[in-house]
Design a protein around this ligand. Structure first.
Ligand code: NAD
Ligand code: UGA
Length: 461
């Protein structure tokens, strides 16, 4: 085993970002020792086990290849800090739930605790890399903490936001559109930036490593997520109009997507975006704008979240009206609970809202998902209603009045819908919140089909 490493890299926070990102650095840079630490011992034990805490296609192979060689997972945060040259901070930065800015601002308590821990344990100079998504100017707060008590250890703080998407994390890390590194424009800041660039240059082409000042880097992360989410809210708002006018959202998307200025990616109409970041980061942006008195700008971005809430509500309302204005005691099967395909993550999944609303209407729910049932049970824990969790989609759909497609898992495209139709109560309904199944074929089988942003196909007069 190699014992002499060029540098020791530490990552604080072994979550969806810290774990996969460090695995990729270790995989691409055998000359660096990479250690990921966390306050949660269960998470660390899982990273050291055969079943990783995060499901990501391709991640198992990478972790198993480098774990124990130059990739380590540990709970010993102090030792990790002491021995490190470069520290990535990838702790969670959720929306604040209390006090000033509750429901809007980022909760920076985990971030600040980490900064204080770094100060307490450091004996040698270090580069601190902001990996978490943070409000612009957070690096200043980090610098202020790290220079408390006339501390003699020198720190350089860099911003290096992460752009990976869940479900494609390995692909995104291996072949990123860009890597963004922001620094202070001082001699020491620029030198630190070059050290970080040197790590990424092991596998990322030079032209895709974007160097920037630190504040623009911090802000760019919030803006990237806001723009991505804004595309989804834009197309979802038009899906509502399509349903009223017999236009087809797929045709509209294709037509506008040919314009190279608009582009065709990330324009799939849906039940709304979920995931731990879009809503949180937009609200963070909105809060910042209001803080600086930019109320019109804040209102503009807040509307992206409002349309998303509207879209989720509209989906349930459509189900209710289509099914004769009552869902009470009807069995509804949710196909998917994860916030997108290829992940078990359910954070902010539209499924949570939809399930709760359907339960309020007194429907009986059966939930199926290939990876997210454990999280689904946790999300709906304590909700007063009839919910069952069944991994097999055929078994889950049997005896139901309606199926609602919530997550675009590939397996749902390949199911035997004739068999499913035979097992359901008639008239059988299918609500496709992702437009992933062949609507015409399902209609021919006998289903009443309600796509998103397309005319409904029903057997009623
Ligand atoms: P996560 O909740 O999965 O992981 C964060 C980890 O940090 C947890 O395991 C937690 O126990 C640990 N932690 C918290 N405080 C700690 C402390 N003081 N010391 C040590 N460990 C501590 O979160 P995540 O999804 O990995 O997100 C992390 C950051 O990255 C967030 O700011 C998020 O906005 C950003 N981000 C997330 C994604 C994503 O796809 N999830 C993508 C890009 C950026
Ligand atoms: C998103 C961004 O894509 C990443 O670049 C960013 O790093 C990350 O947030 C983050 O900061 O956490 P993620 O949330 O993992 O990544 O997944 P996305 O693929 O962006 O999907 C987000 C949501 O939008 C999902 O619910 C997805 O189903 C939905 N979506 C996506 C649509 O409804 N339509 C689309 O066309 C695309």
């Amino acid at each position: 085993m190699k014992t002499e490493f060029k540098k020791n890299i530490l990552c604080i926070g072994a979550g969806y970002v810290g774990g996969p990102t460090m695995a990729m650095i270790a995989y691409k840079c055998p000359q660096y020792k990479v250690t990921t630490v966390d306050i949660n011992p269960v998470r660390i034990a899982e990273w050291n086990s055969d079943i990783l805490p995060v499901y990501e296609p391709g991640l198992d192979e990478i972790v198993k290849d480098v774990r124990g060689k130059n990739l380590f997972f540990s709970t010993d945060i102090e030792k990790g800090i002491k021995e490190s040259d470069i520290i990535f901070v990838s702790v969670n930065t959720p929306t604040k739930t209390f006090g000033v800015g509750a429901g809007m601002a980022a909760d920076l308590q985990y971030w600040e605790k980490t900064a204080r821990k770094i100060l307490e344990c450091s004996e040698t100079p270090k580069i601190i890399v902001e990996k978490s998504t943070l409000p612009v100017k957070t690096a200043l707060a980090m610098e202020r903490i790290l220079t408390l008590n006339n501390n003699k250890v020198h720190f350089d703080v860099l911003s290096n936001p992460e752009f990976l998407a869940e479900g494609t994390a390995v692909k995104d890390l291996e072949n990123p559109d860009r890597v963004l590194v922001g620094s202070r424009q001082t001699e020491s800041g620029l030198a630190a930036r070059e050290e970080l660039v040197e790590i990424y240059a092991n596998w990322v082409p030079e032209e895709r490593i974007v160097k920037s000042d630190i504040w623009s880097s911090e802000l760019s992360k919030l803006v990237a997520n806001a723009f991505l989410a804004q595309r989804i809210s834009s197309i979802n708002s038009i899906s509502a109009l399509c349903e009223k006018t017999d236009a087809d959202i797929a045709n509209v998307t294709r037509a506008i997507g040919f314009d190279s200025r608009i582009g065709s990616k990330f324009l799939n109409a849906s039940i709304g975006f979920g995931g731990s970041c879009f809503k949180k980061d937009i609200l963070n942006l909105v809060y910042l704008c209001r803080h600086y008195g930019l109320n019109e700008v804040a209102d503009y971005w807040e509307s992206v979240v409002k349309i998303n809430d509207y879209q989720k509500g509209r989906f349930v309302f459509n189900m209710l009206t289509a099914m004769f204005n009552t869902l009470a005691e009807k069995k509804i099967c949710l196909f998917g609970f994860a916030f997108k395909a290829d992940t078990g993550d359910t954070r902010e999944s539209p499924a949570i809202f939809i399930a709760k609303r359907l339960i309020e209407e007194k429907a009986r729910l059966t939930i199926t998902d290939p990876k997210a049932l454990k999280n689904a049970k946790r999300d709906l824990h304590g909700v007063d209603g009839k919910v069952s969790y069944i991994e097999d989609p055929y078994e889950a759909a049997a005896g139901s009045h309606a199926i609602a497609i919530i997550t675009e898992w590939n397996i749902y495209k390949e199911l035997d819908f004739e068999k499913i139709y035979r097992s359901m109560i008639k008239p059988a309904f299918i609500f496709d919140g992702r437009n992933v199944i062949n609507h015409k074929r399902l209609f021919e089988i006998g289903f009443n089909v309600f796509p998103t942003g397309k005319p409904a196909l029903t057997h009623f007069e």
